[in-house]
Each structure stands twice: as C-alpha cells, then as structure tokens.
Design a protein around this ligand. Sequence first.
Ligand code: FAD
Ligand code: NAG
Ligand code: NAG
Length: 524
Amino acid sequence: MATKLLLTLAICRLIVTVGFTFNPNDLLRLGLDGKLSAAPADLQSASVDFGGVYRAEPMAVLHPATSEDVARLVKAAYDSARGFTVSARGHGHSINGQAMTRNGVVVQMSGGLKNKMLTVSEKFMYADVWGGELWIDVLTSTLEYGLAPKSWTDYLYLTVGGTLSNAGISGQAFNHGPQISNVHELDVVTGKGELLTCSEKENSELFQAVLGGLGQFGIITRARIALEQAPQRVRWIRVLYSNFSTFTHDQEYLISLHGKPSSQKFDYVEGFVIVDEGLINNWRSSIFSPSNPVKVSSLKAEGGVLYCLEITKNYHLTNADTIDQEIEILLKKLNYIPASEFTTDLPYVDFLDRVHKAELKLRSKGLWEVPHPWLNLFVPKSRIAEFDKGVFKGILGNKTSGPILIYPMNKNKWDDRSSVVTPEEDVFYLVAFLRSALESGDETQTLDYLSNQNNEILKFCEDESINVKQYLPHYDNQREWRDHFGEKYWTRFQQRKLEFDPRHILATGQRIFMPSFNPNIANW
Ligand SMILES: Cc1cc2nc3c(=O)[nH]c(=O)nc-3n(C[C@H](O)[C@H](O)[C@H](O)COP(=O)(O)OP(=O)(O)OC[C@H]3O[C@@H](n4cnc5c(N)ncnc54)[C@H](O)[C@@H]3O)c2cc1C
Ligand SMILES: *[C@@H]1O[C@H](CO)[C@@H](O)[C@H](O)[C@H]1NC(C)=O
Ligand SMILES: *[C@@H]1O[C@H](CO)[C@@H](O)[C@H](O)[C@H]1NC(C)=O
C-alpha cells in the first residue's frame, strides 16, 4: 500500500517535471506482470553506476517479469502526449551514467528473472537467454550441457544486453570476434514499443543496429548466443617484455594465427603495461601469485616500462598429453624475456571468472565502490608505437592507479553493419586504462587528476592525428558523437534512430540524442 502511494506520488512528480498529460494511474493500469517501484532503495540503486561519477534519479523503476512488460512500458512512453524517457539498466557497470535517466523510468533488467528464460539447444549449439541475464549465470547454465559461449568479457557480472549494446571483448575476440559477432537472433523492444524478433534474415536492419547500438534502438529482451563444447581446463601463461616493438610484434603474430586449426594457436591473447611496481597491489595482481613471485623490479630497466603478454590454451583432460607440446611450439616463436615465464593451470570456469576473485578482495578492503575514471580506446596498429612513446612512456608518469590492458584484434572478425565503430585498419589495439580513484593518498590518485590525465591522453591523440575510437564511448555533445562515428556512420546511426526510436525515448544517458519532448539537457 505504502509502495503504491509512493509510486503514485512519483508519477505525479513525473508529470509535473516533464509536463506531459498522462494520467498517473495509466502506468499502474498497464497490466504489468512485473513490479513498478518508486521505493527509495530502487531509485537510489538506479541513480548510480560503477563509474561513481554521475548521478541521476529516475521517477520509477520497472522490474519486468516478461518482454511484454518492457513493451507495454515503452509503448506507453511512445503513445503518451508528451512522452517520458525509458532506460534499460543491465548491472549498472557503465562508467558515465549511460544507463541512467533523470525523471524517466529505468527498466532494471538484471535480477528477478534469474534463469527462468534460459534454454539451451544442444543440437544447434545455442542458448536463448533473457537480456538482463548475467554472463556468469549463462556460463553456469550452459556448462550443465557441457557447452559454453565462445566470446567473453574479462568480467562476468555484466549483462548480456549491456555488453551486446557495446561489443563485448576479451582475449578471445581476435579469434571469435567480439560477443556481438556471436549472436544468432534477438528479441528487441523498439522505441515505438514493438516487440520484434530480429536476425541476419529477419528485421536485419534492427538486428545490426542494436548490436553495439548503445541502447539507442531498442531494449534487448532475449539473445540467442552461439555455444561451443566447453573446455575443461586452461593453461594460463604470462611472459614479460621490455621492448615494446618486440611485444607488439609477438601479439600481432599470435592473432594472425586465427585461421589455423585450434592446436596451432592460443585461445586467448591479451596483455598489459607495467609502468608502476604498485601494480602488485591492484586488482589483477592475483596473476603474479605470491607463491611464485616475479621480481618485476629486477627485470625493469631504469625508467623503463614493462609489457606482459597473457595467453591461454584451453584443453580437455582427454587431450592433456599433447597440450605441453602444442604450447612449446607456439612459445618458441616468441621473443620474451626468458626468465619471465610464469604458467598456471586451472579449471575453465575459474579462468573465466578470474576478475571476480579480485573484486571480492577489493570489496573486503572497501576499494571496489570508489570512482572509476576509466578510458578505453581502440588504437590503430600503425600508430601504436607512437602511442606507447607518448602515453605509456610519457603522459602516465610512473603511477597508473589500476591495470592498463593492451591487446590487438582482427577487424575482419567485426561486422561493419553493426553500430560499433572501430579504426580503419585490419588490426587495432584495445588500450584500457582501468583506474580507481582515491580521495585520500597522494594527488596522483584523485578523480580530478585521473580525469585530467584521460583528457590529456585524448588530446595527445588528437594533436598527433592518431585516429583512436573510444570503446564504451562517452561524449557530452552531439558534435563529438558525430566525430566519433564519422560522417558516413553518423548518417546511418541517425537514420536508424529515426526508424526505431523516433521520439528519442531510449537510453538518453548516452547523451547522443536529446528527447524530442524535453530539450532540457539537465534532464537527459
Ligand atoms: C569490472 C568491469 C570489467 C569489465 N570488463 C569488460 C571487458 O572485459 N570487456 C568488455 O567489453 N567490457 C567490459 N566491461 C564494460 C561492460 O561491457 C559495460 O559496463 C557494459 O555497459 C555492460 O554492463 P552492464 O550490463 O552493467 O550494462 P549497463 O551499464 O547497465 O548498461 C550499458 C548501456 O546499455 C544499455 N542497456 C543495458 N541493458 C540493455 C538491454 N537489455 N538492451 C538494450 N540496451 C541495454 C543501457 O541503457 C546503457 O546505455 C567491464 C566493466 C566492469 C565494471
Ligand atoms: C627493440 O627491438 C627492435 C627490433 O628488434 C629494435 O630495432 C630496437 O632498437 C629495440 N629497442 C630498444 C629500446 O632496445
Ligand atoms: C616517480 O615519479 C616521481 C615524480 O615524477 C618521482 O619523484 C619518483 O622518483 C618516481 N619514482 C620512481 C620509482 O621512479
């Protein structure tokens, strides 16, 4: 009863704020199976994200029970005389408020529906999953059939709809492409409130638009994900380099093997930059196991930077006897510092879920829920050496406040028809600055310092005409978005918006399109 009153009050506020003529009881009368809530706890959790920098409170939060709930809500927004905004929220792991909507309705996709919708086809090797499902739950369920998705993110407490709205990348992307290249079919609620099934064959423009579409064209309620036989174990290898060109040469060689039989390539290729011995203290430090310490300082040339190549090979216990030899042949082709090799062997699930362990450690120290001024860039291969000089060996100094990932990918594994933009080269690198800001401690760890450093990095690329593209992009105005896409892709993106969300109802937290009914920036 109290909740209902709160909700009615909230909706009245919605009407006053947005000024649309919509009967407050209409939302309650939508006949939703799920729960529409204005409880303070719901509003609070929908107002924040992992970035911890932005804050915007919605008027109400919908916990949908079905795709139809989502469709009814969006249809109500679309049909109402003045409209209101609707944003899907996955697990809220965005950095810059992308899943928020001030004074609109947040559809909380994760939680609630757990596994109810998950079905696996062993015959056709796919899983049908709810858009708000966490990848960890997809993994657990498919493993019951001895199957698993092919392409991953480093961290699994992210939702299917959330990563598919960006791309979903990790060390498998060189081989399988990003997660958006491993989806057969989607159910999507468009900005007009229509629930449509789409694929390469059916409603294909919507399908391509939504993949990497930053939530602009529809809310993904179901995804059909490609599966493979799940490996049982993983050999996880790390080696160090002091010479950047040797490091990138080896990484590029390894990803060039993508077309080879699986016995002749690694399954995962990533890497990271070590500018700071403090790395040992951060959330990926578990890779340098204390029982097998790598003395970074003893390897590091004065004032230099080290690069760590991280590779894995998956296997089944039935072919465990050939794995050592396959790895040896591959490692022989590489030119790392011989003494730096570090190998571990673990169950496949433990490898995929590795970052969660680090999360639990950081949480126990109160270091997880801090601001995260992250910057993710796709850097064209031809300019990566200049990037190293200017940024890793320049702008960063010797403190980074978090891991810096670097690994190359093959552009031919990305579908140009999707909405993501990547550099115009056959190979491009992901460079991810995954920092955590602290208010105590020295000046170089504060949010201001790190945010300024991000801007400096972007400015350096602009000044040097290094044509980087942001991944998980964030811009404040449409001119910058237009530059991000480039004229050709911007035109396509706009056309898709006009077709699938003409009133600009969806995912306004991305700050790409202002709601047509509310040209007040503060209310995005
Ligand atoms: C610790 C950590 C590790 C990460 N590691 C990786 C990584 O290895 N690789 C990688 O690619 N990314 C990684 N990410 C980034 C991650 O992909 C993004 O945060 C992404 O947004 C998914 O998070 P989410 O599911 O919480 O979505 P949210 O942040 O809640 O939403 C992201 C955007 O998608 C929209 N959206 C959410 N759900 C849907 C839906 N069902 N349909 C349509 N639109 C929707 C939202 O409106 C919003 O605009 C990482 C993030 C964190 C915090
Ligand atoms: C790194 O290796 C390249 C290629 O072998 C070589 O040309 C270059 O001089 C090396 N750089 C340093 C700093 O040793
Ligand atoms: C790190 O940089 C600071 C400031 O530039 C300098 O004073 C310090 O000596 C450096 N530390 C190391 C270990 O290089």
